[in-house]
Write a protein that binds this ligand. Structure first.
Ligand SMILES: [Zn+2]
Length: 61
């Protein structure tokens, strides 16, 4: 009861970040890192210049 296996405190938590552009449907799969409660990927914008309208799913590597 209450044992959380696989839960490790590491500074280099890595995530897969799947991004789908809602405007043109382009998909991106990036590696991200958790920093200060947010996942950083370095992703800036889609090929269609969309910077805000995305479906984003993250999962642990
Ligand atoms: Zn797009």
């Amino acid at each position: 009861m209450g044992t959380e296996q696989g839960e490790r405190i590491m500074s280099k938590d890595k995530y897969w970040v799947r991004i789908r552009c809602k405007r043109c449907g382009e998909r991106f799969i990036l590696k991200g890192r958790m920093r200060k409660g947010q996942i950083e990927t370095g992703f800036k914008q889609c090929l269609c210049d969309n910077q805000t309208d995305f479906d984003i799913h993250t999962e642990r590597c």
